[in-house]
Design a protein around this ligand. Structure first.
Ligand SMILES: [Zn+2]
Length: 449
């Protein structure tokens, strides 16, 4: 058995242990690329009817919503019919948390999850076990648009899957070996780390690198200025979780002498989209969720800019039906040259991150602070502003259960990254939006002055 074949089967075995049927699901997803849009839409609508029925029968919030609107599940037969339902937000789910709990929740296998979303506010939700594996199967297929095959060596350059406090567990390390991935942290980037990362990239020779757009851009700039040795060139680089600006793409592609493929995916709501080699936009997956692009009135649009609205087809533990992801997308009815049936998302807006710089000279990705607040309850909104190199101000909009003791916990976690920052807390009534009406949760006034 060649090394590649071994890696592939180790990879598949690991996923099968986690979720039986994974490989079959993945292979079916590959086949779907050759179906027509209409065929896929029919299958999607069949799953849509199932989740609508389930929500109506088992989830109190949806049951009363349908009653109030004088609707029956049979009124929602296709994607167009979704317009009959209102858009739900994170705040609505938070407010009616108990009513979003299915009466038969105990029979469902799920994980408790949290996300910062685009605004960085912590939002708790439930994710079905199968749904999580389906998300990975879709990621692997999406990477396949760039040539990726299961078990290919990869480097993950990001923070989302890295724990802040506990570090990596042993089982996580074993899983990473079986998946043939190495992780490097983008949470704190110092000169020393960057040198080490480059040596790791050059010796591991990943076929692909996956990471935050801003972190990869940052790394590319650093390489250009500071690295005089060779740079391993992967087949492709996948960017995710943030807006990828054209100047970022250009820089990363030049420095690594490769192609950049943008990815988009959310577990809350289950929508995802991946760029192919034609680089005409991101192909919107149809197998795990329905993605609508909606105007201000909630009407579906075929072309242009609107809210990204998600209806998850497999999340029974917390059905997301017409869920406002908080992201803005530009959809197009243009067809892609690759021939895949999936529609194209031209651009995703509203995912920006800033880095903070410590007095010790380390760069810390904004996402790090989102993660801190995942562990701090009773915070409605927050914002971190770096005013000076040695001073950061943390604004918090608390709810009535917030306790001052959490401030110390926040301090403690931040001190793990830098001991020299003076941290000032401000309890405020609201966080001001930018002129464009955007909520920024990390602002660096030192770099941006
Ligand atoms: Zn394409």
């Amino acid at each position: 058995m060649s090394v590649n074949t071994f890696q592939k089967w180790a990879f598949i075995a690991l996923h099968e242990v986690g979720c039986h049927g994974f490989y079959k699901t993945y292979k079916n997803l590959l086949k779907n690329q050759y179906k027509t849009y209409e065929e896929l839409k029919k299958e999607q609508e069949r799953k849509l009817q199932e989740i609508i029925n389930f929500a109506y029968r088992n989830v109190p919030y949806y049951h009363s919503l349908f009653k109030t609107l004088q609707l029956h599940p049979s009124d929602i037969k296709n994607i167009e019919n979704l317009e009959k339902l209102p858009i739900i937000t994170k705040d609505i789910i938070k407010e009616h948390w108990e009513d979003f709990k299915p009466i038969n929740l105990r029979e469902i296998k799920y994980y408790n999850r949290a996300t910062g979303g685009s605004t960085g506010r912590p939002f708790q939700y439930r994710l079905d076990k199968f749904n999580r594996f389906l998300s990975w199967a879709l990621i692997y297929r999406g990477w396949g648009y760039a040539g990726y095959e299961l078990g290919d060596p990869m480097i993950f350059f990001g923070g989302a899957s890295l724990r802040i406090v506990n570090g990596q567990s042993i089982s996580q390390k074993i899983q990473d070996v079986l998946r043939n991935i190495r992780r490097i942290s983008s949470f704190d980037i110092s000169e020393k780390n960057l040198n080490r990362y480059m040596m790791e990239i050059n010796s591991f020779k990943p076929k692909y690198i996956y990471g935050y757009a801003s972190s990869l851009y940052f790394l590319s700039n650093w390489i250009e200025k500071n690295w005089d040795k060779d740079v391993h060139s992967p087949i492709g680089i996948f960017t995710t979780a943030e807006k990828l600006y054209p100047y970022m793409r250009k820089k990363i592609e030049n420095v690594f002498d490769t192609e950049v493929f943008d990815n988009y995916g959310l577990n809350d709501g289950g929508v995802s989209a991946y760029e192919c080699k034609e680089h005409q936009g991101l192909h919107i997956d149809m197998e795990r969720a329905v993605m609508e692009i909606a105007d201000k009135e909630g009407h579906q649009i075929e072309n242009g800019e609107g809210k990204i609205i998600a209806t998850s087809l497999y999340n029974y533990s917390l059905p997301f039906i017409r869920y406002d992801t908080g992201d803005i997308g530009i959809i197009t009815s243009e067809k892609c040259g690759c021939g895949r049936p999936y529609k194209l998302l031209k651009e995703i807006k509203g995912r920006e991150q800033e880095m903070l710089i410590t007095p010790e000279g380390k760069f810390i990705h904004g996402e790090y602070f989102t993660h801190i607040f995942w562990e701090i309850p009773y915070v409605k909104e927050f914002q971190i502003v770096q005013e000076k190199i040695d001073k950061i101000v943390i604004k918090i909009v608390p709810d009535e259960n917030f306790d001052e003791k959490y401030l110390n916990k926040i301090k403690e976690i931040i001190r793990m990254r830098s001991k020299s920052w003076n941290i000032e807390f401000k309890i405020v009534d609201k966080i001001n939006r930018t002129k464009a009406g955007k909520y920024k949760f990390v602002i660096n006034e030192v770099i941006n002055k």
